[in-house]
Design a protein around this ligand. Sequence first.
Ligand code: NAI
Ligand code: MG
Length: 361
Amino acid sequence: MTQHRIAVIPGDGIGREVVPAGLEALEATASRFGLGLEFDTFDFASAEYWQRHGTMLPSDWEETLRGYDAIYFGAVGWPEVVPDHVSLWGSLLQFRRTFDQYVNLRPCRLLPGVRGPLAGREPGDIDFIVVRENTEGEYSSIGGRIFEGTERETVLQETVMTRVGVDRVLRFAYEQAARRPKNHLTSATKSNGISITMPYWDERVAAMQGQFPGVRVDKFHIDALVANFVLHPDWFDVVVASNLFGDILSDLGPACTGTLGLAPSANINPERDHPSLFEPVHGSAPDIAGRGIANPVGQIWCGSMMLDHLGHPEAAAHLLGAIEDVLAYGPTEAPLTPDLQGKGTTAELGQAIADRVRTRD
Ligand code: NAI
Ligand code: MG
């Protein structure tokens, strides 16, 4: 039996409510497919830990987490207790950097039974993934202020694209496109306006194309691309983008397919030198925390992404299929949460999905 060790970090607020539902679904999937998943839960990266210790993480967090195959993360942030920049920079962003999780991956898929915001779209019409560069690009610390407070006051911040950094995220995106049925890669650019870095990005996209002869490649300027996400979401399969463009697309994409509670994401180190991290897109939702009504689907879907990353695509597809089945039953037949017009609780919806994992073909 393949054994995988998973570090579980529920974090704050609804993270602590949706993670147990996610684990239940993962356990059901593991037993169905004969996978050995071992979970160790940690209390750090939370406001409670910060209150007790004055830091978000123990000093040996890196050694502790390094031995795991993946990190299954809820959400961090409780602004009443810890300022958001402290909780985020003190935990999640440390994981992403230290473990060189240079790919941020977000599936955008319209699920059955979900009323998306785009009129006339059916499940199957929207099914693409956004691959965002997660470590360099526009989000660099190179720059500064000079002549502050004078008429010559000047600020500069440089975009940094390294060949290593660009090529490795492009390679990941090409590989994703090569394994998906449509074999289609779209690159986000702006080489008409940003005349140095973006033409370089385009050049690297073109340079790699020869290695993936089965993949059809196109590119759009970012302004046209965001319009087409809304107007023609069916045009896309794998969309790859620099850090800033990817940040925007990876929020817009899932927003085109339904509520925040459904959206999963992954921060991936494709070489597997370090653990990758799987977390829902949403935060800790203090406004509904403690009421047991948070939608666990985003967290459960993260479990499917994690299984895929760990090398179990069939188990991953089975779990996603169980989510789709239960959503398709609708709010009268299934205990869907209030954000899906239902009356179910987090635990009930989690349980229904885990049950479906056990019973579906
Ligand atoms: P949020 O995502 O926590 O909540 C935004 C809105 O969506 C709220 O009205 C919430 O009730 C609703 N919502 C979110 N997830 C839901 C779910 N699963 N089911 C039903 N409704 C859901 O974003 P917000 O309020 O801006 O941030 C709250 C805290 O979370 C802050 O401390 C923030 O820093 C943190 N945060 C953490 C993230 C992470 O851990 N990666 C990501 C985003 C925010
Ligand atoms: Mg964002």
